[in-house]
Design a protein around this ligand. Structure first.
Ligand SMILES: NC(=O)c1ccc[n+]([C@@H]2O[C@H](COP(=O)([O-])OP(=O)(O)OC[C@H]3O[C@@H](n4cnc5c(N)ncnc54)[C@H](O)[C@@H]3O)[C@@H](O)[C@H]2O)c1
Length: 341
């Protein structure tokens, strides 16, 4: 286990664009534990915006290699929020510099890269956290607790979904439109969330993965909708459905689990529980959680207490493996993709 960090953890955000705005809220909320001391981006406007949100970040760089060298003694960790093709190179440089790492999904774009990352992180003896923020959704946390405690009995079937409409022309999509910088389509991006939720809840090895993909509303190289079915080593059956072309289908939820003693389903801070034999489900409301604030708090605690993050390199690799196998199984879907904008 990496050495515990005494005092406030000093972080540099690499790629402080869109999503780093949500991470920054986490740093502000947990200011007694963790603080952003440097920013690194090729876009000065983006650094300026994030610096203002965080209350002026003095150190700003355009090159992360230069930053890691010049701030060798002044940062404990990096928070990587770069386009997908830059995750692996930034992780490897940060690990080589002995920095702890939190990285946005996906960890990288290939299993070969994932294996190199696993070795580099182990060799450097640093902490790596996969920024899987939706693990902190109250409905996911409670479902995990209920499954593990046996309240649902044997789990037969699980569904995990994330869908929203972002119909758009190619120029709006930037690096996400291009297979080379995105590494796929919707599934390796937003679809990462329902995939890690599914693996987290199933708690078993996926042994067979098959997918269908389509592209309906978005001018991107990859798919904008994916439906993945899988079977786990314990016999459970899982379905992932994810899309940028439609919203969550009516009356469906982020997660749904059916076991021998009943079923649970819900989204975000709400869960419905229907024990076997009951006609209706009871609604449970949880205190709302900002999942990004929670993930930054978890990262700080792991570094200060020497704990392993809930999801690290192994989980990041497994999610990627499922996604790549799904994409491989769906090959040929482009032949029937009819894009209408
Ligand atoms: N957890 C979530 O819900 C969620 C939501 C959105 C995005 N993300 C993830 O966050 C990551 C970033 O996505 P985004 O939407 O913020 O993208 P973005 O394009 O808004 O931000 C990326 C930033 O990286 C910078 N950048 C590009 N090349 C660079 C380089 N060589 N050196 C330094 N900076 C560089 C860009 O200038 C930009 O500021 C992706 O991995 C994405 O999948 C996660």
């Amino acid at each position: 286990m990496p050495a515990k960090i005494k005092g406030i953890v000093r972080v540099a955000i690499i790629g402080p664009g869109g999503i780093s705005q949500a991470h920054a809220k986490g740093y502000l909320k947990h200011a007694d534990k963790i603080k952003v001391v440097a920013l690194c981006d090729i876009n000065e406007q983006n650094m300026k915006k994030r610096s203002e949100q965080l209350g002026t970040v003095e150190w700003q760089f355009g090159d992360w290699k230069k930053m890691l060298k010049e701030m060798a003694n002044d940062i404990d960790a990096v928070d990587i929020c770069l386009p997908h093709h830059l995750h692996a190179p930034a992780i490897l440089d940060a690990a080589a510099a002995g920095k702890n790492i939190i990285c946005e999904k996906p960890m990288c774009m290939s299993l070969k890269e994932a294996d190199v990352i696993a070795k580099a992180v182990e060799k450097a003896g640093v902490t790596y956290m996969s920024a899987h923020n939706q693990l902190f959704m109250p409905v996911v946390q409670e479902a995990k607790r209920m499954i593990e405690s046996g309240e649902l009995g044997r789990v037969y079937w699980l569904r995990s979904q994330d869908c929203f409409i972002v119909a758009g022309k190619r120029e709006k999509w930037g690096w996400r439109a291009d297979f080379k910088t995105q590494g796929g389509g919707e599934l390796i991006d937003t679809g990462y969330h329902p995939t890690y939720r599914m693996l987290h809840l199933a708690g078993a090895e996926p042994v067979d993965i098959k997918a269908q993909m389509g592209r309906f509303n978005n001018e991107i190289d990859g798919e904008d909708m994916a439906s993945v079915s899988m079977r786990f080593a314990n016999g459970a059956i899982g379905e992932i459905f994810t899309s940028w072309a439609i919203n969550l289908p009516a009356e469906t939820h982020h997660i749904h689990v059916v076991g021998e003693k009943g079923e649970i389903y819900g989204s975000n801070d709400t869960m419905y529980v229907r024990p076997k034999g009951f006609q209706t489900a009871a609604k449970r409301d949880f205190t709302p959680v900002d999942t990004f604030e929670a993930e930054i708090g978890h990262f700080a605690e792991c570094l200060q207490q020497g704990k392993r993050p809930m999801h690290s390199v192994e989980e990041g690799r497994k999610v990627l493996e499922v996604i790549l196998k799904a994409a491989e199984s769906a090959k040929g879907w482009e032949k029937t993709a009819v894009l209408k904008l």
